[in-house]
Design a protein around this ligand. Structure first.
Ligand SMILES: [Zn+2]
Length: 170
């Protein structure tokens, strides 16, 4: 076996060591149908994307001046904690495939600064890492090495918005 193949195998193992959880498809579809924020009922806003923000469902970058986006209020702890923390997020206005959880860190988002927030259940923030150099995996591994960390929230460092959640593969 060549060293290249070994490296590739390690790479694949690396990629499947975490689950990347974009917002659920049911949420994205509900917002597209009702044009309202789930739970809150605030009106959602549809516009042609002005900036290259990530769609929180497919985790691909919206193409400015081309893709139609919906901006709505989303509780970044929905389905995980009882204590909400609503904030604005974008999704594609039309159908897009949900990001596959076993695909590793989304390559399209590697080039922008993200904050990794490590939480224990009960929304106890234990640590945060600011990653600006695209090297997310070592930081994620380090945070998950702490047994008290249950999940990691990934936010935009520049805009502060929720991007997606990461869980351990158990
Ligand atoms: Zn999308």
């Amino acid at each position: 076996m060549t060293s290249v193949t070994l490296t590739q195998m390690r790479g694949i193992k690396h990629m499947t060591a975490m689950r990347v959880l974009a917002i659920p498809t049911e949420v994205a579809n509900l917002v597209r149908e009702t044009m309202k924020a789930p739970i809150y009922g605030f009106p959602a806003h549809s516009e042609i994307a002005a900036e290259a923000a990530p769609c929180r469902h497919c985790l691909r970058t919206l193409e400015p001046s081309k893709d139609r986006a919906i901006l709505f209020t989303y509780d970044r702890f929905a389905g995980v904690e009882n204590l909400p923390q609503p904030g604005p997020v974008y999704i594609h206005a039309t159908d897009c495939p949900r990001y596959a959880a076993d695909s590793g860190f989304p390559e399209e988002l590697r080039g922008s600064p993200r904050t990794l927030e490590a939480y224990a259940r009960g929304r106890r923030l234990l640590a945060q890492e600011y990653v600006c150099d695209g090297k997310f995996e070592p930081a994620i591994e380090q945070l998950f090495a702490r047994p008290e960390v249950d999940y990691i929230q990934v936010n935009s460092t520049t805009a502060g918005c929720f991007t997606f959640r990461i869980e351990r593969v158990s």
